[in-house]
Write a protein that binds this ligand. Structure first.
Ligand SMILES: NC(=O)c1ccc[n+]([C@@H]2O[C@H](COP(=O)([O-])OP(=O)(O)OC[C@H]3O[C@@H](n4cnc5c(N)ncnc54)[C@H](O)[C@@H]3O)[C@@H](O)[C@H]2O)c1
Length: 186
């Protein structure tokens, strides 16, 4: 059982974090949009047919978390599932990922190998940029205080559960064997 923080509970993040909870992990979900908590409580209709079923089933394993620093303290892993809209030059905009990294990394000084997984879709080269950014700005060492991995999803809206559970292909990117191992286990 792992303790996982999921940042971004939108179309992919809410159901994906509940899939992690269904697989017996303890999951703390965080989103800057607090109205998502109402959506979770009210069981409002969703495009994903399995979402409300999973939310009801996972009440003891999935928690909507309002306090970011506490959720980092309680967890060993964070999955970043925030938007990466396309820019005019067709690359992805990483600004929400960088915001999330800033929020996480200020709490990592005394953590050992806290895993940050980028679930959002990014361009080739972005993860190296994130690692350099964290090392420089927060004086943290990749492989020591944090590990960064990339595990994007190739899925279709409306069938996210089936597409994640029965994936034809799972992509995991990591510079460190330990990162690959952790994601594989999860
Ligand atoms: N939706 C899909 O089918 C799909 C499929 C494959 C990949 N993806 C990728 O997954 C990522 C997320 O997509 P989505 O469709 O779930 O987006 P979305 O817009 O539906 O949800 C993103 C959520 O992140 C929240 N958010 C934004 N900035 C935040 C921050 N700093 N801290 C906390 N929460 C924040 C927003 O409030 C929103 O609820 C994107 O990179 C997308 O390309 C999505």
């Amino acid at each position: 059982m792992s303790k996982i923080l999921c940042i971004g509970l939108g179309k992919l993040g809410l159901i994906f974090s509940n899939i992690l909870a269904e697989k017996k992990n303890i999951v703390y979900g965080y989103d800057i949009n607090s109205s998502i908590e109402k959506k979770i409580k009210k069981n409002t209709k969703d495009l994903e047919p399995k979402l409300n079923y999973l939310i009801n089933k996972n009440k003891k394993r999935f928690f909507f978390e309002k306090n970011f620093s506490i959720s980092v303290k309680k967890t060993n892993y964070a999955f970043i599932i925030v938007p990466t809209p396309s820019l005019k030059n067709h690359s992805f905009d990483n600004q929400y990922i960088v915001q999330s990294l800033n929020s996480i990394c200020k709490h990592l000084k005394y953590k050992r190998r806290y895993l940050i997984n980028i679930t959002s879709t990014v361009n080739p080269g972005s993860c190296n940029h994130f690692i350099n950014y964290i090392e420089k700005k927060f004086k943290l060492k990749h492989g020591k205080e944090f590990i960064l991995t990339y595990n994007p999803h190739l899925i279709a809206l409306g069938s996210i559960y089936e597409n994640v559970i029965n994936s034809d292909l799972v992509i995991v990117g990591s510079d460190l064997p330990i990162g690959f191992k952790i994601i594989k286990n999860i």
